[in-house]
Design a protein around this ligand. Structure first.
Ligand code: PGA
Length: 252
């Protein structure tokens, strides 16, 4: 069984002083026991500062997206080299807001996953269907296609260190969570897809997180499902007590 992993995706929230306060409260609120992994994904502007705050703690840093090139004339973009340099361990790729608002394609996620690993960043690869896709029975086709692209140029050893996040688009920021059974159904499907593409041993250890309106009161029932290895938390991670309650609910 992979260790549980809880990631807080801050999205476009928190000024520098707010970010430091939240990170310090989360850091100090976590016991030092190493039975669960926790990462925070704040905006780019505060990552360097939070690296100082979190240094030596059990909390890792993640970025919310990146460009695939190490450097170059890409105004407004941030490279994997830069993320590594300011202390990121992980990078979220292919979040549905990146796909649906900013037009990020499966091909782009494929390139970014490769680039992240080339720079020793662990990708958190997001997949998930829209409401319309679910209602027209295309959930499995969509997540299969997204996962296949994301992992296409990733070796089995790299895949075993990577993270998948199933985030049904209809559950993100809507307060409408997938039921534990709905999450488990897709997570099992994803694990089987990884087994086919990268082998059984990779499928057993790759961490598959659930995301979409995870809250303190539903986290335990989601993580209780055998193929749900953790959570990617949006709204509920912006408040330290609620994020800490989710982490506590997910402890093995
Ligand atoms: P939410 O966001 O928890 O606010 O639904 C989850 C996410 O977008 O990762």
């Amino acid at each position: 069984m992979p260790r549980p992993f809880i990631v807080g995706n801050w999205k476009m929230h928190k000024t520098l002083s707010e970010a430091r306060d939240l990170a310090i409260t989360v850091r100090d609120g976590l016991s030092t026991s190493s039975d669960i992994d926790v990462a925070l994904a704040p905006p780019f502007t505060v990552i360097g500062s939070l690296h100082e705050v979190l240094k030596g703690s059990s909390v890792s840093l993640a970025a919310q997206t990146m460009h695939e090139a190490a450097k170059g004339a890409f105004t407004g973009e941030i490279s994997p080299l830069m993320l590594k340099d300011v202390g990121c361990t992980y990078v979220i790729l292919g979040h549905s807001e990146r796909r649906h608002i900013f037009g990020e394609t499966d091909q782009a996620v494929m390139k970014k996953a490769r680039a992240a690993l080339d720079h020793a960043l662990i990708p958190i690869l997001c997949v998930g269907e829209t409401l319309q896709e679910r209602e027209t029975s295309r959930t499995f086709d969509v997540v299969d296609r997204q996962t296949e692209h994301a992992l296409r140029h990733v070796t089995p050893e790299e895949a075993s260190r990577s993270v998948l996040a199933y985030e049904p688009v209809w559950a993100i920021g809507t307060g409408r969570t997938a039921s534990p059974e709905q999450a488990q159904e897709v997570h099992t499907f994803l694990r089987k897809a990884v087994a086919r593409s990268h082998g059984d041993s990779v499928a057993r250890v790759i961490r598959i997180l659930y995301g979409g309106s995870v809250k303190p009161d539903n986290a335990a029932s989601l993580i209780a499902e055998p193929d749900v290895d953790g959570a990617l938390v949006g709204g509920a991670c912006l408040d330290a007590p609620s994020f800490l309650a989710i982490v506590a609910a997910c402890r093995p």
